[in-house]
Design a protein around this ligand. Sequence first.
Ligand SMILES: Nc1ncnc2c1ncn2[C@@H]1O[C@H](COP(=O)(O)OP(=O)(O)OP(=O)(O)O)[C@@H](O)[C@H]1O
Ligand SMILES: [Mg+2]
Length: 238
Amino acid sequence: MSQASSQSQPDTQPVIVANQLSKHYGEHHVNALKGVSLTIQPGEFVALMGPSGCGKSTLLNILGTIDRPTHGQLLIHGQDVFSQDEKDLTRFRREQLGFVFQFFNLLSTLTVAENVSLPLDLNPAMKEPERQQTVNAMLEKVGMAHRADFYPAQLSGGEMQRVAIARALVHQPQIILADEPTGNLDTENGEAILNLLKNLSQEGWQVILMATHSEEAARYAHRVIRMKDGQIRDVRHG
Ligand SMILES: Nc1ncnc2c1ncn2[C@@H]1O[C@H](COP(=O)(O)OP(=O)(O)OP(=O)(O)O)[C@@H](O)[C@H]1O
Ligand SMILES: [Mg+2]
């Protein structure tokens, strides 16, 4: 079922429909999510805000299928993702989702270009010249083509995050999940990353979900969802 969506087709149905998601950590008696429902349309850039511990990362991880909800249902392009077996779910995640984290998570022994090309391993049909062209085009897009042969340790934080975004996007996932993507960046680099995400979402079909503590960062989003205590409290449409 991994071919459930095709980005070449115009899509009118929601990309994500979450119904009453809850997450209970039994051994710690923590209700991290208490019945969260939301619907996200193609091309939406959504910011998740709220105090530390309110459930933003938990929700992102469930929407990103890294974590399973205790109750509730997640439909991505109409498909009940958690009803798949683990193998199909892993494939679905690798093909359809891109992740950007606060601490970049680049592999230190690989160059910039090698890091960015990793998600393309999934597609053995893509051979060398095309692979290299795809990586170069993505590095151009994030303004990092001139650093293709550098190692992560030779980059600034903002540069590392641009490379991480290139890696998250290179296989053209439907959904980008970004957990505090500007949390470790200064204002200028943070703005560059946010502009990049905004431009991507304006290209039309990619969904971006970003958890952030920054009101400035949330201004770039079309919609701000505010959470408190494991629930959605307020939604603002930009
Ligand atoms: N593996 C776990 N086991 C038990 N409790 C957990 C686990 N992961 C998260 N929690 C708890 O769930 C709640 C929500 O955590 P979450 O990481 O989603 O918050 P957050 O909104 O992302 O916070 P922050 O802004 O600090 O990143 C917290 O109270 C946290 O302690
Ligand atoms: Mg978090």
